[in-house]
Design a protein around this ligand. Sequence first.
Ligand code: E4P
Length: 295
Amino acid sequence: MQKLPSKIFIDGGLPQETKKASGSMLASFGYPLDGQTTNPTLIARNLAAKQALPHQDFAGRGGEKLTEAQALEEYKRIVVEMSAVIPAGSVSIQVTATEKTTSGEMLEQARDRNKWIPNASIKFPATLTGLAAAGKACREMPINITLVFSQNQAAAVYEVTRGAKYPIFISPFVGRLDDIGQNGMHVVKNILKMFQNGDGHVEVLTASVRNLDHILYALQLKSEIITIPFKVFQLWAEENFRIPDENYAYEKPELEVIPYKPEIQLGRNWEEYDLSHGLTERGLAAFYKDWTSLF
Ligand code: E4P
């Protein structure tokens, strides 16, 4: 059986999808799913669907709001279930933050969530406070930097995590860049190119995957990890987990090119890189809104 050039994660909030995807990986490749990513929106979607049901054993049944503690308990229950399906894999759990949340508060959340399961990777946003927290957390636990949209943000992630004791993932969101007419896969390509001059301590996790072409190009680029929503995973499974051959070309003339910037180089102080990106700010606000809509 072949081995894929990238590790495959499922992106979602439902443990039954983790089970199905891992089973089909095992059947096709002889090894299970490598991991799982979650985020507050995906978890809230799972819990909101339960809230909408009138009769069941669930605190927020019949449309009742949960308390924040109950919502967190449910988040924990979901990732515990996912973790049991893929004990040798990695399960990303995100902190919930606004632009006002301090790095100390994020670190406190991270330490708590890291105790939920033995194979957690804690997700921090690619903001100033998010990276300040991540710089400390990476000495204590595996981490995943989320809401990444630029080469500058990636350089900062690389620098703030130098000397980390645990695996570090960086998650460029390709689909959300495509949504605004820019070629999101170019950010993956640019980050991988910039990291070629590094020590390999940060793994590029292609996220916000929307279609088969995102998977194929991420495999061709040898992105270390790809996280795939279950529906897109199923499309790929229907194509017998096609892998790109040397003739495969990812061509999206309708999307604006995001050029590689050679002037953005590793080796500076992490705070010197420009972290600002409108999609990072919007994404952070949307995650928080979705999460707090539960309670
Ligand atoms: C994964 O870690 C991300 O949270 C996820 O891929 C975001 O995807 P979306 O842009 O489709 O919400």
